[in-house]
Design a protein around this ligand. Structure first.
Ligand SMILES: Nc1ncnc2c1ncn2[C@@H]1O[C@H](COP(=O)(O)OP(=O)(O)OP(=O)(O)O)[C@@H](O)[C@H]1O
Ligand SMILES: [Mg+2]
Length: 404
């Protein structure tokens, strides 16, 4: 079987899917086989924040990890923004639901990224709840490896989210250009992502769309996770099929309830993809058929390239096991098992968190607002921004202010 990385379509970013199987809502009751909490799979039920018993020493308990889980959130910004505050420049990226533009503030002349979502499309694709979550969660989180959301607004046709412009481009582009990353490079990105996921999980947020397209690099080369379109506050379990096919855990594919550990599964896929240049499960069909891919995911047979480090293989295996009672990040010691894993042995977590470990690749950024690290897209989509129009869906997005 040809690695997906070497076929022409491999450079097309994988887009996210939503609800094409059993459920169309995040309400677990929409699942085909609902079962009451009390009968939940005990393996899933026992998961949660691990509190060491009095006197019990956790495997690693150092400041860095502690700091990254201090549930630091922020008050949502009180700034009010409108279209009139920005000059729109080129497109930085597109996804299934949005188009992201480079913009410049007319007030402070700084560059930002604005994600624009068509209200009509969001409603039609049943994404109202997800978009509401995206705004609510991203405006509360604060972490060195997560993108910052400054504010949001709407006009009759669109929703707008004002974020920091993350200038270094997608990890996806760097990976495809590099074919694959040497082990220490993959480890660096995996470790920063692990800190971000751990932070989100400590705040009961499942991210649900980890993939190289959603991991951006700052001008300093450190990661910034973007796209909270599928993130959700989930202290326990949930059941919606959403994410990106290559990165879906078997329990999601099978329509079961699942918990935060689907993000650790996805980190296992990400590590594999970074080290190999292609993900562990893929099909080479000219017409991608997610159901064939899902069969491979459920079967779980992985062929590891011979050049993989044994410790990397071990960690990947512990992440991508279908048995959630065995999955790292989901065991008694939670994320501590991950931070203490042998593949990460040389990672100084506290210094990593403080960005004291130099990034393996520093993007060439000529000036503020240099978007040369991003692919080019056709540009005729700003036409209806701010235009007067009927607004049949405005009521669906009460958290987005009307632009002035
Ligand atoms: N803050 C940012 N700075 C620079 N570029 C960004 C930023 N946020 C997003 N992008 C670019 O825009 C792309 C699309 O954004 P995003 O992933 O949020 O859209 P989406 O429609 O939700 O995508 P998906 O298909 O993954 O669901 C990203 O992959 C990235 O290239
Ligand atoms: Mg995306």
């Amino acid at each position: 079987m040809l690695p997906r990385g070497s076929i022409a379509s491999s450079s097309v970013p994988k887009t996210s899917v939503y609800g094409s199987m059993s459920s169309t809502s995040d309400d677990s009751s929409a699942l085909a086989t609902p079962y009451p909490d009390s009968e939940m799979d005990p393996a899933i039920r026992h998961v949660g924040s691990y509190e060491p018993a009095p006197g019990e020493q956790s495997i690693i308990y150092d400041e860095p990890i502690k700091k990254s889980i201090t549930l630091q959130t922020r008050e949502p910004s009180k700034h009010r923004y409108g279209l009139g505050d920005f000059v729109f420049h080129r497109t930085l990226g597109t996804g299934s639901f949005g188009r992201v533009h480079l913009v410049r503030s007319k007030n402070n002349f700084r560059f930002y990224a604005i994600k624009v979502l068509s209200k009509e499309k969001v409603v039609r694709m049943k994404q109202v709840e997800h978009t509401t979550n995206e705004r609510a969660l991203l405006s509360r989180v604060q972490h060195p490896f997560v993108v910052n959301l400054w504010g949001t607004f709407q006009d009759p046709s669109n929703l707008y989210m004002v974020m920091d412009f993350v200038a270094g481009g997608e990890l996806f582009s760097l990976l495809r250009k590099s074919t694959r990353f040497p082990d220490p490079v993959g480890k660096f990105y995996a470790a920063e992502v692990a800190l971000a996921l751990h932070y989100l999980h400590s705040n009961n947020i499942i991210y649900r769309d980890l993939k190289p397209e959603n991991i951006l690099l700052g001008a300093d080369g450190h990661v910034k996770i973007t796209d909270f379109g599928f993130s959700k506050l989930v202290p326990g379990v949930t059941g919606t099929l959403c994410g990106t096919p290559d990165y879906l855990a078997p329990e999601i594919v099978e329509g079961k309830f699942y918990n935060k550990s689907v993000d650790w599964y996805a980190l296992g896929i990400l590590i594999f993809e970074m080290l190999a240049g292609f993900p562990p499960f893929f099909t080479t069909d000219p017409q991608p058929n997610p159901f064939k891919l899902y069969e491979l995911i459920v079967a779980g047979n992985v062929v590891y390239p011979s050049y993989f480090d044994e410790k990397a293989k071990d960690l990947i295996r512990r992440f991508i096991t279908a048995d959630v009672t065995e999955r790292y990040g989901n065991l008694k010691y939670g994320a501590k098992d991950i931070f203490a894993h042998a593949w990460f042995a040389e990672v100084p977590w506290e210094r990593l968190y403080k960005k004291e470990i130099p990034a393996p690749y520093v993007p060439k950024i000529e000036s503020d607002g240099d978007a040369s690290q991003f692919a080019r897209y056709n540009e005729n989509n700003t036409l209806d921004y701010g235009r007067h129009a009927d607004d049949p869906f405005g009521h669906a997005f009460p958290d987005f202010d009307y632009s002035t």
